[in-house]
Write a protein that binds this ligand. Structure first.
Ligand SMILES: [Zn+2]
Ligand SMILES: [Zn+2]
Length: 642
């Protein structure tokens, strides 16, 4: 039989060969790493016979589908282990997720940490047994009678949703209702860790019973699990909510769930980011605008938000007219555009707005600065001629990359999201817009992933994901092309022939949510921010109260140079003050005593670098100011130590 490989070469194999046979024919290493196969694009079990003339790709743990198959099988191992130890437990669902897997169980008592250890041990026994997983194609009736025999109400409930014939997977005497595919046997999973237990409603609805969800992670090698656990521990240390408290940056209060409170240090950091972004926008030819936070219902109906986005919006009534608190800044930008006539000669017109928006999120999903109900977008709307689209998109992409680099993120990926089901506007316009975005990405040879159906309701978009020092990926910037809003708002310009035409609109944000970006930044640097961003850049510590005057002299010079500084004149021991400045991750400490006061010098300590000796005050100020202006990453090292 012939099999077509991803490079379009043809492999001749004996009839009824499986995916594993194919991997073996390519090489022993691939055969060892193969987990499943993609047959004509569809993921399938490794040990099933391949169809003649199929295009086949071997799937390993390195890929997203490989991990998903691996973790899905791990969830079956977990469910079998739970039912062996707790025979009365009922099984619900157990998918692979972004980082690992979970399984939901209906049990009388919540699982304890001891239970988790016992379950993990049982999982390892099941893994060691290397039990094959067998796919069973069956009819609905057969599956129904199997799961009613086992008294599994949740599986019976799920069977009601299945169109066509279901399938089951069997490992030893244990079975699950499952589409698959799965690993050939339980022994492929070499290392497993059960991480936590949480309550979860059946089918996610509060009307249903609360189940117990066990989260876990697994790998083909113990060393990979060890590395994962190390990164997880590092991530916990760097949790921005923890750092926010330690560095006194922000807080949350029950009086306004999901609404951050910014403290003095937090505002210094917030404004350092804002000042930089403002000046970059000015250089790039943007006009900064500010539009109202509350606008009437009619406007939101016109923009389409009322129809498509109402569930995420907050409302209030003014003079008996319903108004909405803005979830996005676009309609305000459109009204400014419409306020005066425009000629083609003005294009592109670029309005930027640091717009405070409110979006409703369920209480359960709020998470520090990452998921809030109120945030500021570094938003902008670019109005341009159709023939300017590519150039403008290209400029925005360059702008985004430039800004990320300054913040110390050099690793980023792009995703192109196309027309969603709830789109507005004409199909033909969507195609034009999607092609325009593709063209820009292809012309610059950017590699990107396509998210089919994930675009905004008014147009396709390119999303930017930045990778932090722990290898985690965060969605930040976005560029969205929109032919629909100008239509709905009847935007016009006069072309060279004096004709009225519709401009094109581009929505874009570089950092996305300022709040969320700040959280990412804190975690990336573990709180030890680069000098230019640090809320307090220089802490001046006099050796005793005799030198407070000189300390003030040093501070005056720092202030004159635009440096953020403070004096620690508390009657505490030196060692204590130095340790505290280290804990607060202040980049520069200067210590002043008799020698320094007489010679007009300062003794310098940089965060994490210890004592660097004395330096003339003037040259210290010069050096630190140059460092701040250069926005360098000196003195900080976000990489996680081995
Ligand atoms: Zn399954
Ligand atoms: Zn917009």
């Amino acid at each position: 039989m012939n099999i077509i490989l991803p490079d379009n070469s043809v492999k001749v194999l004996p009839d009824t060969s499986t995916g594993l046979n194919l991997a073996q024919s390519i090489g022993p290493r691939l055969a060892k790493e193969a987990l499943a196969v993609k047959v004509n694009g569809a993921l399938r079990d490794l040990l099933l016979p391949l169809p003649e003339n199929a295009s086949v790709e071997i799937v390993t743990f390195d890929s997203e589908p490989g991990k998903s198959v691996f973790w899905h099988t791990s969830s079956h191992i977990l469910a079998q282990a739970v039912q062996e130890l707790f025979p009365s437990a009922k099984i619900a669902i157990g998918p692979a997720i972004e980082n690992g897997f979970y399984y939901d169980f209906d049990v009388d008592h919540p699982f304890t940490p001891q239970d988790l250890l016992a379950i993990e041990k049982k999982c390892k026994e099941i893994m060691d047994a290397k039990t094959p997983l067998k796919r069973i194609e069956c009819g609905v009736d057969e599956a129904r009678s199997y799961f009613s025999g086992k008294s599994e109400p949740y599986k019976l409930d799920l069977l009601g949703d299945i169109e066509g014939s279901p399938s089951m997977y069997e490992q030893g005497t244990w079975r699950d209702l499952c589409r698959g595919p799965h690993l050939p046997n339980t022994g492929y999973v070499r290392a497993i860790k059960l991480l936590s237990v949480a309550g979860a409603y059946w089918r996610g609805s509060e009307k249903n019973k609360m189940l117990q969800r066990i989260y876990g992670i697994s790998f083909p090698k113990q060393s990979m699990l060890d590395e994962h656990m190390r990164l997880l521990e590092e991530a916990q240390k760097r949790d921005h909510r923890k750092l926010g408290k330690e560095l006194d940056l922000f807080s949350f209060h029950s009086e306004g769930a999901g609404f951050p409170f910014w403290h003095g240090n937090g505002m210094l950091l917030y404004n350092a980011i804002m000042d930089y972004c403002r000046s970059e926008h000015r250089s790039a030819g943007y006009q900064e605008v500010k539009t109202p936070m509350i606008l009437n219902e009619e406007l939101w109906r016109k923009s389409g938000h009322w129809d498509k986005y109402r569930d995420n919006m907050y409302f209030t009534t003014i003079d008996e007219v319903v108004h909405a608190v803005k979830p996005m800044n676009c309609p305000g930008g459109l009204l400014i555009y419409k306020n005066s006539p425009h000629s083609y000669k003005e294009f592109p017109i670029k309005y930027c707005e640091f717009g405070l928006v409110h979006r409703h999120e369920k209480a359960g999903v709020l998470q520090g600065l990452f998921r809030v109900r109120q945030f500021t977008q570094d938003d902008a709307h670019i109005f341009c001629l159709p023939e300017q689209i590519e150039t403008q998109i290209d400029k925005v992409i360059d702008f985004i990359i430039h800004i990320y680099r300054t913040f110390g993120f050099s690793d980023y990926t792009m995703e192109l999201s196309t027309r969603p089901d709830n789109y507005i506007g004409a199909l033909e316009i969507w195609e034009k817009a999607e092609n325009a975005l593709k063209q820009v990405l292809d012309a610059k040879k950017y590699s990107y992933k396509i998210n089919a159906g994930d675009g905004a309701f008014y147009g396709p978009k390119i999303d930017f994901h930045i990778k932090d020092c722990l290898g985690r990926s965060w969605q930040c910037g976005t560029v969205q092309l929109d032919f629909s809003m100008p239509e709905r708002f009847e935007l016009e310009y006069t072309d060279a022939a004096g004709q009225k035409k519709r401009p094109v609109m581009i929505h874009r944000a570089l950092l996305g949510s300022m709040e969320r970006f700040l959280g990412i930044l804190l975690e990336h640097y573990g709180g030890a921010l680069p000098l230019w961003l640090a809320p307090q850049q220089v802490r001046i510590i006099p050796i005793s109260e005799k030198f407070i005057d000189y300390a003030h002299n040093v501070q005056t010079q720092c202030i004159a140079a635009g440096l953020r500084s403070e004096i620690d004149d508390r009657p505490e021991k030196m060692g204590y003050k130095i340790r505290e400045a280290e804990v607060k991750k202040i980049p520069c400490m200067v210590i002043v005593g008799e020698k320094e006061a007489e010679a007009a010098t300062v003794s310098i300590r940089y965060h994490g670098k210890g004592d660097l000796g004395a330096q003339p005050l003037e040259s210290f100020i010069e050096q630190v100011t140059a460092e701040v202006n250069g926005k360098g990453l000196l003195q900080t090292n976000p990489r996680v130590g081995g």
